[in-house]
Write a protein that binds this ligand. Structure first.
Ligand SMILES: NC(=O)c1ccc[n+]([C@@H]2O[C@H](COP(=O)([O-])OP(=O)(O)OC[C@H]3O[C@@H](n4cnc5c(N)ncnc54)[C@H](OP(=O)(O)O)[C@@H]3O)[C@@H](O)[C@H]2O)c1
Length: 321
């Protein structure tokens, strides 16, 4: 699979990253560990070298499973990204904490769970209003000098928050939510990152499964989507109808709706990587084919037009992140 340079981080990664959030039982219910391990190996075999995790996913569980997979994978060829933000209490409650001491502890804990000496990319999972930005920057810079991390960035930050963080240290990557029905970052964060050579790895490119084309609108969910407005009632049915309208074009290209949407997402020049949430090997096999697909400009805009009513609905409900 091709490699892209993730902005000024210098990291060379596949345009598809393997997302491990699915190993968080709190959101996705119990998932098969064996399937996840097999999918991680499969991703490597397919040329995917970029893995995204966070200490928050299953309170360390996702990192532990990824660490287990790494024992049989060529570590040097891989780029591993993790994220920190929460202070975890023994009773499983959490609160934000990016204070220097806590960041250092999170770093050591992640290194231990992953069983590695250096984390290629670490991200602040969210914005912590209580810690001074220069303190965070100094800590990350020091962790890099110690060789514990190679590059750092932020996730779930608005453009002004990114701009402010970058006054204190060279945060080189952002990880925002983005999908063709939730393209809000196109108005500010993406142009900023393009102008400043910041790497962009988007999450939820399939809108948590909704854009895969496998739903009719009549399904019910037992995971966190049971309480998500986009997966309920009339709204869910309407969104699914819009997605199904992409089928003729997917058939024209001989691909699935999932692959069509993923390929279109990656056409944006400001987006370097799409992180795909994966539960088992068949899902990563399908994702891996998407970067091979070249869509015409006309079809790209036709896809957007098909999904525009969807995007408008998302705007109106205020459900975007
Ligand atoms: N920084 C952050 O705050 C943040 C937040 C969210 C996610 N992320 C990262 O981004 C990754 C992706 O986000 P996401 O999980 O929301 O994204 P997604 O890729 O939009 O959706 C993932 C879901 O789509 C379904 N799916 C996956 N591959 C499929 C295939 N080939 N065919 C049909 N269905 C398929 C699976 O659910 P079903 O099989 O149940 O339908 C899967 O759980 C996460 O794993 C995580 O690493 C980061």
């Amino acid at each position: 699979m091709e490699r892209v340079t993730l902005g000024s981080s210098g990291l060379s990664v596949s345009p598809i990253a393997f997302g491990t959030w699915q190993l968080s039982p709190r959101f996705w219910g119990e998932q098969s560990r064996e399937d996840a391990l097999a999918a991680m190996k499969c991703a490597c075999d397919l040329g995917i070298n970029f893995f995204d995790t966070a200490d928050a996913y299953g309170d360390g569980y996702a990192e532990t499973v990824l660490g287990e997979a790494l024992r049989d994978l060529p570590r040097k060829e891989l780029v591993l990204c993790t994220k920190w933000f929460n202070h975890f209490n023994p009773d499983a409650s959490r609160y934000p904490d990016l204070s220097p001491q806590h960041l250092r502890e999170r770093c050591d804990a992640s290194l231990q769970r992953l069983g590695i000496e250096t984390i290629d990319l670490c991200l602040l999972h969210m914005f912590d209003p209580l810690t001074r930005l220069e303190e965070i920057a100094e800590t990350l810079t020091d962790l890099r000098h110690q060789g514990k991390i190679r590059a750092f960035g932020v996730s779930n930050h608005h453009v002004e928050q990114v701009r402010a963080q970058r006054k204190y240290a060279p945060y080189s990557v952002v990880q925002p939510a983005y999908s063709l029905i939730d393209p809000a970052i196109e108005t500010d964060l993406l142009p900023y990152c393009q102008a400043e050579n910041v790497g962009v790895m988007v999450y939820s490119p399939l809108h948590k499964g909704l854009l895969t084309g496998k739903y009719t609108g009549n399904e019910t969910f037992t995971d966190f989507r049971a309480n998500h407005p986009d997966f309920q009632g009339e709204r869910f049915r309407h969104l699914c109808e819009c997605v199904q309208n992409l089928r003729p074009m997917a058939e024209k290209y001989g691909v699935s709706i999932y692959q069509l949407v993923l390929a279109a997402t990656l056409m944006h020049p400001g987006i370097h990587v799409a992180i795909c949430g994966i539960k088992h090997p068949a899902q990563i096999r399908e994702a891996a084919q998407a970067p091979k697909l070249t869509l015409s400009r006309e079809d790209y805009f036709a896809i957007r037009k098909t999904l525009i009513p969807t995007a408008k609905i998302a705007d109106a409900s205020g459900s975007r992140k």
